[in-house]
Design a protein around this ligand. Structure first.
Ligand SMILES: [Zn+2]
Length: 376
């Protein structure tokens, strides 16, 4: 029995238009989840995040277990109440951050022991503990603990790592208490090896999850290998359950993955880029520090309806970037998240209309055409 309802509303080729019903509202798919690492989507109020059209955000178990602590958040009524985000939340299991941030990791069959990157304190994450923490946070979607396989990696080592992740997935399934509107997602591993991905997907489907994620990508393999791996995996995933490609990606990555049957995405790119003066526009990515913007009264993206584009010029945003003003980071983050949500909305409408391929080509062509000509 699943606590998470998912309806497939339309398909267009392998692209899927769906609807996920969570305990904290509906999520229209394909969906993009802004990353709220430390119980905040950086530089944005939760009200502003919702105003961009986001219906679900991602929280990080690793960061929250270390600071302020899962028990403390539970004591404040859970993550939704604590951070004032009444909509859906997916929490990752912490596996990826343990590999990328923590020090002195020791991994064995029972789990991983590590030292906090904040204060060096020792912590242990087991499959059972990862589920327990996410339940204390009150996640609508909980992720299994998996081992983040190194990249590049030999086939033997990738198989061994993937098989351990599958054993952990089974332990996570046993530890998870099903609640209405909440679910547990398994994570497919196997690096860029199609046979391992197929084996992993089949193993997870046998255990049975509310949704299926593809992990271990966007780790330096490049877009072609990433999309080929997605294409080699999705046929082995149950068609009636949502599919989530973790940590991906650029707008073109998202279009390519939707075309191969992915329903959900998360990535730090729109928020992190907003804090480094980068903007995603219909004419490609822009750097607001570039002097070409300094006397330009036009908006970032004339087709965008976000507050940054409706009220502010490129000249002003350039000034804010140069002066390192906080408002610059806020406006660019808002625009970037709005751009991503516009992209997802366009994708959903195109799948419904059976015109996804044409929509994707039009987005790619506009991006290839580049930014508007400088004035004068
Ligand atoms: Zn905008």
């Amino acid at each position: 029995m699943t606590g998470l309802r998912f309806d497939l509303l339309a398909t267009d080729g392998a692209a899927r238009r769906g609807r996920l019903q969570t305990a904290h509202g509906t999520v229209e798919t394909p969906a993009f989840m802004p990353v709220g690492t430390a119980a905040t989507v950086k530089a944005m109020t939760p009200e502003a995040v919702a105003a961009t059209g986001a219906q679900i955000i991602l929280g990080n178990t690793y960061h929250l277990m270390l600071r302020p602590g899962a028990e403390r958040i539970a004591g404040q009524g859970g993550l939704h109440t604590f951070m004032n985000w009444p909509h859906a939340i997916l929490t990752d299991s912490g596996g990826y951050q343990v590999w990328s941030l923590a020090q002195l990791r020791k991994i064995d069959e029972t789990g991983v022991t590590f030292r906090s990157h904040l204060d060096g304190s020792a912590h242990t994450l087991t499959p059972t503990r990862a589920i327990e923490i996410q339940q204390m946070l009150g996640a609508d979607i909980t992720m299994v603990l998996d081992e983040c396989t190194a990249y590049p990696v030999k086939h033997d080592a990738a198989r061994e790592s993937m098989q351990r992740s599958m054993r952990w997935a089974e332990s996570c399934r046993s530890a998870f208490n099903s609640r209405p509107g909440c679910g547990l997602f398994g994570i497919v591993q196997g690096s860029v090896f199609p046979d391992l991905r197929a084996e992993s997907a089949a193993a997870l489907a046998r255990i049975g999850f509310d949704g299926y994620a593809i992990g271990g990508l966007s780790v330096g393999e490049g877009q072609d290998a990433m999309l080929a791996t997605v294409a080699a995996t999705t046929p082995y995933l149950p068609a009636d359950r949502p599919r989530y490609l973790m940590g991906v990606g650029k707008p073109t990555d998202i279009l390519g993955a939707v075309a191969r049957g992915i329903d959900m995405f998360d990535c730090v790119l729109p928020t992190r880029s907003g804090r480094t003066d980068q903007a995603f526009t219909r004419g490609g990515a822009l750097n607001l520090r570039n002097a070409r913007h300094k006397d330009d009264p036009r908006p970032l993206d004339q087709a965008c309806g976000c507050p940054a584009c409706l009220g502010y010029s490129r000249a002003y945003l350039h000034h804010l970037a140069n002066a390192k003003e906080i408002l610059g980071l806020m406006l660019l983050t808002w625009h970037n998240l709005h751009y991503y949500q516009d992209l997802m909305s366009g994708i959903r409408k195109a799948i419904e209309a059976g015109t996804f391929q044409a929509f994707a080509e039009q987005v790619l062509q506009a991006e290839a055409a580049g930014d508007i000509e400088p004035l004068g």
